[in-house]
Design a protein around this ligand. Structure first.
Ligand SMILES: *Cc1c(COP(=O)(O)O)cnc(C)c1O
Length: 437
């Protein structure tokens, strides 16, 4: 399998190069030259499989002979030592809980796979890869815990001092070992500016191999197709239900793009609902074919506050820029903060189940889609985060406290380890120069 850039002016590369580079040199996103297909007999066999079996079968098609199969098998096992529960709320409605990983959000699925793949490829060349990320919260913690202890890698995280929640800061600063947290005296834009400057600094390039770990990396996207594939097959084998509609709480649209990949591979998926908050650039595109990104607005579902989604180029590529073809498969629905609060309240009183604000957007969008289309298909809402990550919102809306899972409580008790730096580029370079080589 080879990978080429959505901008089509860089040379095609292997999965190794695509993983270690992240973004293609022409500024485009890497996409596979063709989407691997699963035949009917292959799918039938996988129906009997568990999550790891399905993940392995998919990863193998994308990685080909760039890694020995037994190594890939071990890698998958060490990525996902936790469950992916499919909770049945009613006859026809399910919540796929993607928050059982170390940071209680779905980004663990992508980050843990990317980290292990990066470590493997770096070790082949005996290289040390430095992952540089600017974060305003959730991506950073998944990357920190994803790369924690992975040989041949280290992480430098930049986050804005005083601008992340206590819980987020604890998650960002307690991984330790090969993960270094830099508390920048500036805002998130300063952190991003520093990282961008480092990536184009020729002097730094001579000393360090830098890579990024944001959602544009193809090796963060591939593993996100695992849980769509697994749920679509498990729904069939365990409940006799077929061709579900997935409702996907979306921000940068990486998660949705991974779902489209799973469907194109042949997994039995009926339709997608792209659930957004007030940041509705893609929702509007799906209605009228015009893409007009707007400045980001702040909502209750903060991890989805994205005005110009980075994975949209990849999504368009998969549909050859054909808006009608995309709209046949994906219905875009935007959900207000008021409707999000109402959904958290309704679902709690109806099912005694607590939705985090992002999952609530997904739930509401599924309901709206069903009402508008009359669809009777089974629905699966992806739950992208544990409600305990958004304690303040839940307490405000439901007037009660949420139980904090043990793995989060542990992190809250650890000692914060971070280095305070100024917002100037020299401050970052100074820190990087003093890291052990
Ligand atoms: C990142 C994130 C999203 C959005 O996912 P995309 O792949 O960027 O669309 C949704 N919910 C939560 C909790 C997230 O952290």
């Amino acid at each position: 399998m080879i990978y080429f850039s959505t901008n089509k002016s860089s040379v095609p590369v292997s999965i190794k190069k695509a993983t270690l580079e992240g973004l293609a040199p022409d500024g485009g996103l890497y996409v596979p030259s063709e989407i691997p297909r699963f035949s009917a007999p292959e799918l039938q066999l996988l129906e009997e499989g568990n999550f790891s079996d399905i993940a392995f079968a998919i990863a193998k098609k994308f990685i080909g002979d760039e890694m020995p199969p037994d190594r890939l098998g071990d890698l998958i096992e060490s990525c996902y030592p936790f469950d992916t529960p499919l909770v049945r709320l009613s006859e026809n409605t399910f919540v796929e809980e993607l928050f059982s990983g170390p940071t209680l959000a779905f980004k663990d699925y992508g980050a843990r796979f990317l980290a292990r793949l990066t470590g493997y490829f770096a070790s082949e060349d005996n290289r040390l890869i430095t992952v540089l990320v600017a974060t305003s919260g959730d991506t950073g913690s998944a990357v920190a815990y994803g790369f924690q202890g992975i040989p041949n890698t280290r992480v430098v995280l930049l986050y804005p001092s005083g601008k992340v929640s206590y819980l987020q800061e604890q998650q960002l600063t307690t991984a330790g070992g090969n993960v270094h947290a830099l508390e920048v005296q500036g805002d998130f834009d300063d952190c991003q500016r520093l990282v961008k400057q480092a990536f184009v600094d020729p002097d730094l390039k001579k000393k360090l191999t830098l890579t990024s770990a944001n959602s544009i990396n193809i090796s963060r996207l591939i593993p996100q197709s695992f849980y769509y594939a697994w749920a679509s097959l498990h729904l069939k084998s365990a409940y006799g239900l077929e061709n579900p509609v997935f409702s996907v709480p979306s921000g940068n649209y990486g998660n949705l793009t991974a779902g489209i990949l799973a469907r194109m591979m042949g997994f039995p998926i009926g339709h997608f609902v792209a659930a957004s908050n007030a940041n509705d650039s893609v929702t509007r595109y799906l209605k009228d074919g015009r893409y007009e990104p707007k400045p980001t607005v702040t909502t209750l579902s903060t991890a989805m506050d994205v005005g110009n989604p980075s994975n949209f180029a990849r999504l368009r590529h998969l549909y050859n820029n054909d808006c009608h073809a995309m709209a046949d498969d994906i219905t875009g629905i935007s959900v207000s903060d008021e409707a999000t609060r109402e959904t958290i309240r309704n679902i709690f009183s109806q099912y005694d189940y607590v939705l985090d604000p992002h999952t609530a957007v997904g739930f509401r969008a599924l309901e709206t889609y069903r009402t508008a289309s009359g669809s009777l298909a089974p629905g699966i809402v992806l739950s992208t985060a544990h409600p305990a990550k958004f304690l303040e919102v839940i307490e405000e809306v439901l007037g009660m406290r949420v139980n904090i899972p043990e793995r989060l409580a542990d992190v809250l008790e650890k000692e914060k380890q971070s280095t305070l730096i100024g917002a100037g580029y020299d401050d970052l370079v100074d820190f990087l120069k003093h890291l052990d080589q």
